[in-house]
Write a protein that binds this ligand. Structure first.
Ligand code: CA
Length: 711
């Protein structure tokens, strides 16, 4: 009986993720080596770096698809990524070949004209390390350079593949696997160096970004984003400087500051820019008890790409305590401000303010909130620092219902800047959260060590705060004028957590949505001009390229990420299944996606409520909120990305529950072992909570009310 359920669960855990073979059948001619000139020239036949070119504008001058004919856009081909999880990858296109990553970091090389597979590579992920991922088993794509493709894996490796064959050229472990590091970001290659950071600041790590020689894989430099223990000696003067902004034993939990996504490069100034994440733990009163700015948390940092030498920084959220990362998309542009041309770097980080910064010096130019915020009134133009609202800094105070929450006013989903309209197109959202102090906090290995109590947001006993929080959740495509610091137009979506953005010379903006549509908008007015039902939700960003005189627009579907995992019951997928696919469109095409599989609703019976004491039930609820909810949904409603605990056979079997949760018998499937953190009584208390949630019809009714309409 027990064995049957283990194998049944294993099937659930890997369903839809068939292991592809490395079937090399390419007859493609030798690819032209990629150089800095190739990336900077950015000819229209490809998309050769994550943000198209080093300025990361994600604007293509291609205009054969335009406002006049976009209604004739149709599906040219689609490619199955064998995934039922979140797909965040930007496809990279060079020499007629598209390179895209899927779940478990599988890399596919595809004929960019036809969608035929050329090769695939599967790196065989260490699922125990991968289970430290905060926000789904996602990856944002590859980089190309020379004759190689570079991919960074969720378990911390950087791998160079031969672009023609998919064979491994070299492989390096970029992390200490005794710590909960993971990688979700796409590498960039600058001056022959592959640049990559990592994540893990929810669980407790020290952030850094590293450069590896593109040919050999040897590490050239590493820049730590926060200082280590002074007793070990600082790595450089920059760390000694940063340490002056921290207090207490700040190094105990690592400090955080992971550089898990954004980078940009200015070849004229020879500056590499990257964004730095939140503190470990979030709660500053635990992390750095006497306060301080805590450099370089929540900052944009500029370094020399040859050496990693620090040049300047700008900190968006000094003394970060809300998971307000500044890892969000960085865009370089030339703007005319007060009659003067300025070289700027722009960012819309989680904290809700849009920043325009001088990228030569780091000087603050302007900032304005691009959604409603209630943690700061404004950014002081003299100091460039936020003026905080009393009460937002929640330590030792009443829990605070705050906008934005940790999902951010804007998360990793790429923006786009059109030099033709002068507008930045932001996948913006309003997703509030209740921040509350964690009483009697102790750091525990491989746990979410935020120092905040998720119970205030996830399980308030009267559900009032919870309902207010969910009711306030919104998502929109926002066109923002960075010079005037005001909205030009906005298109409201059904919910937060929508796709990244592309703008083009056809006066178009493309974006996918969580409710399973891919749409085109007039870049100047925001009018929606075309819409395609994508069957599965979209979070990834589109790209465009031209081959044989035809313009293609490509985007990957596959709904997932932190919002989807944590708010499983309100999954606005718009469809009853989630399938990762690359979809490629061109004018006059009339292809169709494969038919959706017939809806099969397995018959499940709810578990019996476990009889227990109110104290143990409350304990189970609190532990569930603080460690289970971020993967299994806030009310034990699954998003479909992880097993639905309300119906899971394991929930009905107390012995099996102990083996799965406590002993980690499914660790290699990605379900972490928690026996080191919770005793058997606590683990059973979690089960009691889940069985009670399973019978919570009030919540089910609420979810039905807020769930989005199906297509
Ligand atoms: Ca974070």
């Amino acid at each position: 009986m027990g064995k049957f359920w283990i194998s049944a669960l294993a099937v659930i855990a890997i369903a839809g993720c068939k292991a592809p073979s490395n079937d090399i059948g390419s007859s493609a001619s030798k690819a032209a080596p990629v150089t800095a000139a190739t990336i900077l020239k950015a000819d229209n036949s490809g998309w050769r770096s994550y943000g198209r070119t080093y300025n990361e504008q994600r604007f293509s001058p291609l205009g054969s698809v335009n406002t006049g004919n976009v209604d004739q856009l149709g599906l040219a081909w689609s490619f199955d990524l064998n995934s039922s999880r979140g797909i965040e990858a930007t496809p990279i296109i060079h020499d007629g070949v598209m390179y895209v990553t899927s779940t478990f970091n599988v890399v596919y090389a595809i004929n960019a004209r036809t969608g035929e597979q050329i090769w695939s590579y599967e790196p065989e992920i260490d699922m125990v390390q991968a289970s430290n991922a905060c926000c789904d088993l996602v990856n944002r794509g590859v980089a190309i350079w020379g004759e190689n493709v570079y991919t960074a894996t969720i378990d911390g490796r950087l791998i160079a593949l031969d672009a023609k064959s998919g064979n491994v050229v070299w492989e390096k472990l970029t992390i200490d696997k005794s710590k909960p590091y993971t990688i979700t970001g796409a590498p960039r290659v600058i001056k022959g160096k592959v640049i990559i950071g990592n994540g893990g600041a929810e669980l407790g790590v020290r952030g850094y970004i590293s450069a590896y020689d593109a040919k050999t894989g040897d590490m050239d430099w590493r820049f730590y984003t926060v200082p280590g223990n002074p007793a070990d000696g600082f790595e450089n003067e920059t760390m000694a400087m940063a340490a002056k902004t921290w207090t207490g034993e700040y190094w105990a939990a690592g400090g955080g500051g992971t550089a898990w996504d954004a980078m940009a490069y200015d070849p004229e100034l020879d500056l590499l820019y990257f964004g730095v994440g939140n503190g470990s733990p979030w709660n500053q009163s635990i992390r750095s008890p006497e306060g301080g700015d805590n450099l370089f948390l929540s900052s944009m940092v500029a370094v020399r790409p040859d050496t990693g030498e620090y040049v300047w920084h700008y900190q968006t959220t000094p003394g970060e305590t809300w998971d307000y990362t500044a890892t969000q998309h960085l865009i370089l542009a030339e703007l005319e401000i007060d009659g003067e041309p300025r070289k700027v770097i722009m960012q819309a980080p989680k904290n809700g303010f849009f920043y325009v910064i001088d990228r030569e010096t780091g000087e603050f130019i302007s900032a304005k909130n691009f959604v409603d915020v209630n943690w700061a009134t404004h950014i002081d133009p003299e100091t460039g620092r936020p003026v905080e609202v009393e009460g937002a800094r929640y330590s030792g105070k009443t829990p605070y219902l705050q906008l934005p929450g940790p999902l951010g006013a804007h998360n990793w989903h790429p923006m786009s800047y059109s030099p033709e309209t002068g507008l930045v197109y932001i996948p913006a959202q309003e997703a509030p959260w209740v921040y509350g102090d964690k009483q009697n906090y102790t750091q525990k290995d491989r746990m979410w060590n935020t120092g905040t109590d998720f119970g205030y947001a996830v399980i308030p006993s009267d559900k009032a705060i919870f309902r207010a929080m969910k009711a306030a959740a919104k998502g929109r495509l926002l066109a923002w004028d960075p010079v005037k610091q005001e909205a030009a137009w906005a298109h409201e979506h059904l919910a937060p957590w929508n796709g990244g953005v592309l703008s083009t010379g056809g006066n178009l903006v493309f974006q996918g949505t969580g409710d399973a549509h891919f749409a085109a908008y007039n870049a100047k007015t925001g009018d929606q001009l075309w819409k395609f039902f994508s069957q599965s939700g979209i979070v990834a960003a589109p790209v465009t390229y031209e081959l044989d005189g035809e313009q293609y627009v490509a985007v990957a579907s596959g709904y997932g990420g932190s919002f989807v995992l944590g708010y499983g019951g309100v999954l606005p997928s718009g469809s009853d299944f989630n399938s990762g696919r690359v979809m490629v469109f061109k004018l006059g095409a009339d292809g169709e996606l494969p038919a959706q599989p017939a809806e099969t609703v397995p018959e499940f019976e709810l578990p019996e409520k476990v009889e227990t004491t109110p104290e143990l039930l409350a304990l189970g609820a609190n532990v569930y909120a603080n460690r289970c909810s971020m993967c299994h949904g806030d009310q034990a409603f699954a998003s479909g990305l992880t097993p639905n605990l309300r119906y899971s056979p394991v929930t009905k079997d107390p012995a099996m529950w102990q083996e799965v949760v406590g002993d980690g018998i499914l660790a290699e499937n990605g379900m972490p072992k928690f026996g080191h953190a919770f005793d058997a009584q606590t683990i059973e208390a979690i089960r009691a909570h889940v069985t009670h949630e399973a019978h919570s019809d009030l919540d089910k009714q609420f979810y039905d009310e807020v769930s989005l309409p199906k297509q």
